[in-house]
Design a binder for this molecule. Sequence first.
Ligand code: GLN
Length: 486
Amino acid sequence: MAIHELGVKDLAERVRARELSASETVSAVFTRIKNVESTIQAFLHLDPDYARMRAQVIDQLPADELKNLPLAGVPIAVKDNMTTVSMPTTAGSKILSGFMSPYNATVVNRLEAAGAIIVGKTNLDEFAMGSSTEHSAYHTTCNPWDIRRVPGGSSGGSAAAVAAQMVPAALGSDTGGSIRQPASYCGVTGFKPTFGRISRYGLIAFASSLDQIGPLTRSVEDARLLYEVIAGHDPLDATSLPGELDVSRGPLPHWRDIRIGVPKEYDGEGIDPRVQERYHEVLAFLRDQGAQLVDLSLPHTRYAISAYYIIAPAEASSNLARFDGVRYGFRHPAADLLSMYETTRTEGFGSEVTRRILLGTHALSSGYYDAYYLKAQKVRTLIRQDFERAFDQVDVILTPTTPEVAFKFGEKSQDPLQMYLSDVFTVTANLAGIPGISTPAGLISDVPVGVQWLGPVLQEGRLLQIAQAFEQLWPSVPWPSVGGDL
Ligand code: GLN
């Protein structure tokens, strides 16, 4: 097996055993990137010199230090909305072009302390607003399975980098589905933990009550390895949860001990019939394995997209007020201060970000606050309560991750509402704060499709065990041959 084909666990084991050096790993990864990146365009910044330097540091560690590094020598890509001192951080926006952060995001520090090597920053929809990565101010990213299709978004660069085997793992952020949806479109695993479980210090804020960082990997086990390194309390993030991580391990559960919730609202109208059929095949398969399928209703699901598209833009409009040409990145020259603010913002933000700022400012304005924002927050509570009731009856809920497979470039970019609907199955987990993971469920007409596992708050360990038990049984898919398998 070529080095770039190895996953996180195998790579780290080999580097720890000194069967493989971190330097060899990094050079294999950059060879792979050189071969496929011109086709895929997953990255906004790459830093081979920094990666080589970090690899040398790891290779020179004494054996007793090396053996304690859970991610020894593992190359990782980071979505470009997490700050790094070694590379620029743009959030895919022109308004942050050239911005160098004076500090690393906590997740970046934790990855590096665990022996990982950050190789580059991945492309995203501007400020993580979007579902296709077409809203990046820099370039689009292609789906490695079919370069006429989008990789999903907003963590499309991270998902494509993993699927094209440029890196074994990447970090994404998920405000309404941006880890799980691109994972499904690219045939990889994408995990969003409980809100507050992973520090957002250094994550450029989009919607602060929804944003969560998580891993995109080639297996559930690899997602767990990254999660255990980056999760846990951080005093630098006021919303970070205290308390121990759920690291439930041990033998994988027997399906006969698992009750799987099957919510009727995630099945039916608006779903591509092929996605629906695959979802039903997965359910039937699990029932044959002995799992108990429990029909459920999560009745407030139908309001989720509307509530999300009030709350997320409202919070975004407030978070994005800080980008005014004074402190960060891009500044448009103008005759006076007010016109400098105005022209910097009109030139610096793309159309989707501008649309969200307008929507959010309107929803928060006096006279409309109660009708929109407050109402949406109440709906959010109802959605959370739906899940709480469901988890009294079941261990896990299984849904399709997305209603469709990856769409073609341009298919939805002219119609924001159509684009918003691709998150209809993922936004609920963000509104409720619960963990969710998308795992591949095979191919449909040569492109991947995923299923989504949702679990109760803070039960990440158990959720990962169940997802892993599925992964071990369900036939895995081969990797895409990017540009004729270079
Ligand atoms: N696609 C959703 C949006 O546009 C979710 C984005 C995300 O999770 N960052 O808001």
